[in-house]
Write a protein that binds this ligand. Structure first.
Ligand code: CP
Ligand code: NVA
Length: 309
């Protein structure tokens, strides 16, 4: 089976654990190095990563590009609109052509099915760089950040997610079910995470609950996570913002979480909407470590895809 990295539900716990351990190890091994310096073993030497973006990106674009460089490989970055893909060339044909030229393909797509179609036709590994349904690379970086700061493995910890039941919520649900941590989602009616994602995770035995109160969602949590209320490609609506407002992460809400509760946000953030400035820019917030850890996790994901872990 081709080692695609499409979502966390299809991953196995030992594989995810190996990716996380590799990310921690490689980060520690290059502490103090300049950012362009190649890791001593250069395990991606001679390999090329292609990245295709159907929507904007800052962190995913730079972290994957730097990941390939630090591993001794190289990358090609393009937007779908600059490719024939943007003029209607089938994604399966694109997959077959790129598979003859590069070693790994990362796609950020509007619709999850595009990613699945790319993976189905590719003869090289395909990585999910965010779709409307999931954002698995980001959630692994979140977990790495929690483990790094707490000094504890994620298994057995208690996470709370507040706001829109979007791609981040879905990937957190999948991660909780595979890696064995508790997850409480505080989500308003009408904005639940994907029903199929939730059903699969619960069938797997995941300790995952959806609650309608922000206070109930954060009680005793080790980590509080939120994300934008309006994701890329979603319509902005006053009605949605009003429904989300009771789930805004404030200092008062953080005080109801565990005494050492940490705050995470994948970014970009909207201060005054999903989170107040005093929380996201305050002492419990790990957002800059979280953003940096995208790089370390992407390196480990690329090595997993290339069978080099
Ligand atoms: N968090 C994240 O994926 O950021 P970008 O959209 O900037 O890649
Ligand atoms: N849920 C957000 C995540 C951005 C990284 C979006 O899809 O826009």
């Amino acid at each position: 089976m081709m080692p695609h990295f499409l979502d966390l539900a299809s991953a196995r716990a030992p594989g995810l654990r190996a990716i996380l351990d590799e990310a921690h190890r490689r980060k520690a091994a290059r502490a103090g190095w300049s950012k362009g310096q190649v890791d001593a073993d250069a395990p991606m030497a001679g390999h090329v990563l292609a990245m295709i973006f159907e929507k904007p990106s800052t962190r995913t674009r730079f972290s994957f590009d730097m990941a390939a460089r630090q591993l001794g490989g190289s990358s090609i970055v393009t937007s779908a609109g600059d490719m024939q893909l943007g003029r209607g060339e089938p994604v399966a044909d694109t997959a077959r052509v790129l598979s003859r030229m590069v070693d790994v393909i990362m796609l950020r797509s509007n619709v999850h099915q595009t990613l699945e179609a790319l993976a189905a036709a590719a003869s090289v590994p395909v990585v999910n760089g965010l779709t409307d349904i999931s954002h698995p690379c980001q959630v692994l970086a979140d977990i790495m950040t929690y483990e790094e700061r707490s000094g504890r493995p994620v298994a057995g910890s208690c996470w709370s997610y507040l706001g829109d039941g979007n791609n981040m919520a879905n990937s957190l649900i999948e991660a909780a079910s595979v890696l064995g941590f508790d997850l409480r989602l505080g989500v308003p009616h009408g904005y639940d995470p994907d029903a199929a994602v939730m059903a699969t995770a619960c069938a797997r035995g995941g300790a995952i609950d959806i609650v309608r109160s922000a206070t109930a969602a954060v009680e005793g949590a080790d980590v509080v996570v939120t994300d934008t209320w309006i994701s890329m490609g979603q319509a902005d609506s006053k009605e949605k913002l009003a429904a989300m407002m009771p789930f805004q992460v404030t200092e008062a809400l953080m005080a109801k979480a565990g005494p050492e509760a940490l705050f995470l946000h994948c970014l970009p953030a909207h201060r005054g909407e999903e989170v107040t400035a005093d929380v996201i820019d305050g002492p419990r917030s790990l957002i800059w470590d979280e953003a940096e850890n995208r790089l370390h996790v992407q390196k480990a994901i690329l090595l997993w895809c290339l069978d080099r872990l």
